[in-house]
Design a protein around this ligand. Structure first.
Ligand code: ADP
Length: 254
């Protein structure tokens, strides 16, 4: 059985592009109930690793388990159903749908196998009602409820980030993976976004995020994993890793 304090564990994960090895992670553990930052210079392989772990890309080698479930080769919607969801560096909200519609299509079962038969069943109608009330509650939490009938395309960059995070929570995940949550967010919204991430952790959700904003990394992460040239080169608290010679060396010449 999985170690109780580890929610995600990866072994010997490799991804090559032609002759170039973008990810070559020997071992990685992500601790349950913590906020973990994944940092490293440009080209270190952070996004590629994120894509692998969430099923958006396939590894050339390696295994990983999430909460005891082997996940290598599992498609993104199934990964989400098992409780691990992600956001993207460039938000993927659907501009031509309303804010509420964006939330509802993220609900479990919406894009799955029940597509044809479901609309005729009573179960579906009950599920729809539950999904709508969950969506409304999340929109309220992210201060987007008054925007629910507006097109997502009309939101500001920061509001889209909030919507993307709210949408990820529709499946009641146990782990969320955030790809550069602070990119393109104005300073006024940054603190509230930080607050939302911390409150996820306080609700027992494990968080892994990729971020360049070192202030944010210092402010909210319990643990930091540093990658360079596809490998994990250091792990520890923000203070520990920023004082680590290997880490300083990896960032030189950035
Ligand atoms: P990071 O997110 O840490 O900046 P990436 O994971 O985006 O790093 O990229 C790691 C390396 O892999 C980079 O050298 C990048 O150019 C390369 N890479 C990423 N995706 C591809 C791809 N689809 N084809 C070829 N090379 C890629």
């Amino acid at each position: 059985s999985p170690h109780p304090t580890v929610i995600l564990t990866a072994e010997k994960v490799e991804r090559r592009f032609g002759g170039f090895t973008a990810v070559d992670v020997d071992h990685l553990d992500i601790h349950r109930g913590e906020i973990t930052a994944l940092i490293g210079p440009n080209g270190a392989g952070k996004t590629t690793l994120f894509n692998l772990l969430t099923g958006f890309d396939r590894p050339d080698a390696g295994q990983w388990t999430f909460d005891g479930h082997p996940l290598a080769g599992v498609a993104p919607h199934k990964v989400a159903r098992l409780g691990m969801v992600r956001t993207f560096q460039l938000t993927k909200v659907l501009s031509r749908l309303t804010v509420l519609e964006n939330m509802r299509i993220a609900a479990p079962g919406q894009l799955g196998e029940r597509l044809w038969t479901a609309p005729f069943s009573a179960l579906w109608k009950r599920g729809e009602k539950e999904n709508t009330s969950r969506a409304r509650a999340l929109l309220a939490r992210f201060l987007l409820d008054d925007k629910r009938d507006e097109l997502a395309g009309s939101l500001s960059g920061g509001q889209r980030k909030l919507l993307e995070m709210a949408r990820a929570l529709m499946v009641e995940p146990r782990m969320v993976m955030l790809d550069e949550p602070m990119a393109g967010v104005n300073p006024a919204l940054k603190q509230s976004l930080l607050g939302h991430i911390v409150s996820l952790r306080d609700d027992g959700v494990s968080v892994l995020f990729v971020e360049h904003d070192m202030d944010m990394v210092h402010e909210i992460s319990d643990r930091v994993v540093v990658m360079a040239q596809g490998r994990v080169i250091a792990e520890g608290t923000a203070r520990e890793v920023t004082n680590d010679e290997r880490v300083v060396g990896a960032y030189l010449g950035e």
